[in-house]
Design a protein around this ligand. Structure first.
Ligand code: HEC
Ligand code: HEC
Ligand code: HEC
Length: 378
């Protein structure tokens, strides 16, 4: 069944590319171009969100900058205080000193990314160099290779986290390689579309996701995605889809070229649209679509109502789940379902609720279930 669907899809995709190639023969992706998002028109909140996505995604900063001691836990410290102090340290050997406040913080972060050895945080230097050489990779060279505008976005994100007003420049047309192409090169520069629907159509999101009623299920349903993902997380999921794979879905299926192909304005349209997309109501889905199409079907399939008072079953082997959203957020709810013995509800027994749901419930089913349970009235 799934196999047939995939073949059907591949044919559709081939058709799509054939058509694409046929109608727009002059539009050819230039693979020598570095991966960069067309950022013109991005505002400061957009830069901050992009920076956050880069920090955890393409920039790979969190590989080292986490709480595990490999590098300073940058997100956990008060940068507004610490970084200006570093500039005054006797061991500081860079050229960023001299600025004040937010400006000094910008200079220090920029230098840390481009000249990491200008100041090595004590204890974090390369082994044997007595903290003279930083082990941090330079971020504007491979493999990280952030573009200047991306470096600014990361700085804006860190400044914002420190409670400072970002001082970096907003991207200009010059930051976008496509915009550098002379206007005479007609056909090479595709004008960005100006509404969310056209943007979704342009990138065929609905071919794989159930959007605009397409019913596609090669990728997860995106209804109610704002409850599972932050804006920055959503941007990252679109720009760098293989950084994290949604449970129950295949890696490598979602195109990883949107970062190159999308205009920033298009990305913002899509993100605004998806963040506002309501969760599907159980009744929106036709009942005859198979087990995963409807929250009630999911509940029936896994026997939740046999123990919990759901669908008026009156069962009381487990706690009533009415108004559960007041006691738990989505994360906690997922844990309660997939790892029921992690915490035991007051007055109930451990090892009663099956602990196999984590393996058995598909991602799509889990989303339906969560959407349903989070809306159960008191
Ligand atoms: C391979 C590990 C690694 C990666 C990846 C990495 N860093 Fe670092 N970074 C370090 C280490 C180790 C230090 C401490 C030594 C030093 O001061 O240079 C450091 C220092 C820094 C500092 C100075 C911290 C301070 O407390 O003074 C900043 C700012 C920084 N990194 C930003 C980044 C950003 C932004 C990224 C992603 C674009 C990144 N780093 C990626 C290892 C890494
Ligand atoms: C060829 C199929 C395909 C196309 C086209 C596609 N996606 Fe995806 N998408 C997937 C698959 C498969 C996943 C799950 C695997 C993963 O996380 O990478 C996914 C994951 C996602 C996620 C993460 C969802 C989650 O629950 O974690 C988001 C958000 C997303 N896609 C948005 C989009 C947007 C927006 C577009 C259009 C610009 C798009 N996708 C186009 C197949 C596709
Ligand atoms: C065999 C009986 C049984 C089945 C089937 C069962 N549960 Fe439970 N559930 C329990 C019991 C008993 C508890 C309380 C003990 C605990 O927290 O593990 C519980 C706890 C929970 C909690 C935590 C409630 C709270 O207030 O802390 C949630 C949420 C939950 N179940 C949801 C589900 C869902 C969704 C399903 C179906 C996919 C399901 N359960 C199926 C017996 C069951």
């Amino acid at each position: 069944m799934t196999f047939l669907r995939v073949i059907g899809f591949s044919l559709a995709l081939l058709g799509f590319y054939a058509l694409y190639a046929h109608t727009l023969p002059q539009v050819e992706p230039d693979l020598s171009e570095p991966e960069i998002l067309a950022t013109e028109g991005l505002d400061m909140p957009g830069m901050i969100a992009l920076g956050e996505g880069l920090f955890t995604g393409k920039g790979t900063c969190t590989l080292c900058h986490n709480g595990m001691g490999r590098a300073p836990d940058t997100l956990a410290m008060d940068l507004a205080v610490t970084f200006p102090e570093r500039l005054l340290d006797a061991n500081y050997s860079g050229v960023a000193a001299g600025g004040d406040g937010a400006q000094a913080v910008e200079s220090y972060i920029r230098e840390s990314m481009l000249e990491p050895s200008a100041f090595v945080v004590p204890g974090f230097g390369k082994k044997g160099t007595n903290d003279a050489v930083s082990p941090m990779p330079v971020v504007d060279a491979p493999p990280i290779e952030l573009a200047p505008v991306e470096i600014n976005a990361v700085i804006a994100f860190l400044q914002d986290r420190a409670g400072l007003t970002p001082t970096v420049a907003l991207p200009s047309a010059a930051d976008t390689p496509e915009a550098d192409a002379p206007a005479a090169d007609e056909g090479l520069v595709e004008a960005p579309v100006t509404d969310a629907q056209s943007a979704l159509d342009k990138f065929s999101c609905a071919a794989c996701h159930d959007l605009e009623g397409s019913g596609a299920d090669l990728g997860p349903a995106l209804g109610g995605i704002s409850m599972r993902m932050s804006r920055a997380g959503l941007m990252e999921a679109i720009l760098d889809p293989n950084a994290e794979i949604a449970t129950g879905f295949d890696a490598g299926l979602m195109p990883d070229t949107f970062g190159e192909d999308m205009h920033a304005s298009e990305l913002l349209l899509i993100v605004d649209y998806l963040m506002a997309l309501p969760a599907p109501r159980p009744s929106d889905t036709p009942e005859d679509e198979g087990p995963a199409s409807d929250a009630i079907d999911v509940i029936d399939a896994y026997g939740c109502a046999g123990c919990h008072d759901l669908e008026d079953s009156g069962a009381d082997l487990g706690p009533a789940l009415n108004g559960i959203s007041a006691r738990m957020d989505r994360e906690q709810l997922i844990t309660a379902i997939t790892n029921p013995n992690a915490t035991i509800a007051d007055g109930f027994e451990a090892d009663m609720m099956p602990d196999t749901f984590g393996d058995d419930i598909s991602d799509a089913e889990m989303i339906l279930l969560l959407d349903y349970l989070m809306k159960l009235p008191e």
